[in-house]
Design a protein around this ligand. Sequence first.
Ligand code: GTP
Ligand code: SAM
Ligand code: SF4
Ligand code: SF4
Length: 370
Amino acid sequence: MAEKIILINDLRSSALQVPAVPEAPTGLLSDALGRPLHDLRISVTDRCNFRCVYCMPKEVFDKDYQYLPHGDLLSFEEITRVARLFIAHGVEKLRLTGGEPLLRKNLERLVAMLRALPTPSGRPLDLTLTTNGSILARKAQALKDAGLDRVTVSLDAMDDKVFRSMNDVDFAVADVLHGIDAAHAAGLGPVKVNMVVKGGTNDDQLLPMARHFKGSPTILRFIEFMDVGASNGWNMREVVPSQEVVRRISAELPLEPVAANYSGETASRWRYVDGGGEIGVISSVTQAFCGDCSRLRLSTEGKLYTCLFATRGHDLRALLRADRSDLELSGAIAQLWRGRADRYSETRTAETGIGQRDGARKVEMSYIGG
Ligand SMILES: Nc1nc2c(ncn2[C@@H]2O[C@H](COP(=O)(O)OP(=O)(O)OP(=O)(O)O)[C@@H](O)[C@H]2O)c(=O)[nH]1
Ligand SMILES: C[S@@+](CC[C@H](N)C(=O)[O-])C[C@H]1O[C@@H](n2cnc3c(N)ncnc32)[C@H](O)[C@@H]1O
Ligand code: SF4
Ligand code: SF4
């Protein structure tokens, strides 16, 4: 048991260094590969009420699994302070994630605090959230009222039996669909739906999912099963390449490519030739998109991760709780981003994809935030 906790929790974080000369943010930061910082993904909890087989398999995340104690979590005030600094550094998109973010009590209070932040660039802040949809129907209106712009909902099948076996807690498709409808009704649309495609498990659901959402305001996106973390038993044989996904859907519902909405978008866009709307494919395994990656992740306990496949975080909470000034924190963030050279998906091989990287365990997605 002790070994399990040590393996899963990230014990290899480094202190975030404060530069000797503090510097004010200019809104223009580039990493070592020339990529700007645009998108901060904030994990608000490492807990989840699902046990998706590709993310939190039951055998690992069982009743003995120890989640972070409450005092380790960043408070809403701490998250808001950090978000303000990131916005000053040029971040224009905040995504709340987890674990299941809607399990964090009073999340709408955090949404309202983030919404109230000033945006020195004058450009509006895109404030969004990724959820499994299980309690979205109850929360959608309060989230909208607090200032959330939109939501992304995960759903892996239309067939109830397949979906229940993928979330592994017997949760029904109809309840997620109800959450999606509630989000649209509250004005949190257009909702995006994420489907992780696992070959041999739910790839028979590609067309049922496409047929269901075609012609609706919902944008369906197919994600290649990724080797994130070290507990989901990933192997290349279960990855269905996006090209194959597009081929299978297009054979019945013809598709054509569409230009990206913005540089660094994770999804490649396709639209139905007959005007039935669009879909997206997220091809982290077969067509890596590190070249434009402008995403930084803040874990539930306040560590910064420069890549989804990182093995080590950088401890920002220690600085927050040591009463460092905003200028000092800003300098530390700038220094971290400038030194960033991550491009894991571009360098992945079938071997590096399994569990470890450079001899260390990759951090779990439920902990770092998806
Ligand atoms: N490899 C890799 N995968 C990512 C990265 N960011 C997101 N993903 C994957 O893409 C999925 C979709 O991410 P979302 O947060 O829904 O998408 P997004 O592209 O930020 O969404 P929009 O803002 O709506 O365009 C995630 O759940 C991950 O599986 C990344 O930086 N690297
Ligand atoms: C980690 S979850 C967190 C938010 C929320 N619990 C949810 O499921 O939407 C974020 C996203 O990561 C995706 N994800 C998790 N594990 C994955 C994997 N191994 N490969 C690809 N996507 C994955 C999920 O499908 C989900 O869309
Ligand atoms: S993908 Fe989301 S819903 Fe599924 S186990 Fe991971 S955190 Fe929970
Ligand atoms: S693998 Fe790392 S660097 Fe590449 S897109 Fe994903 S998070 Fe960005």
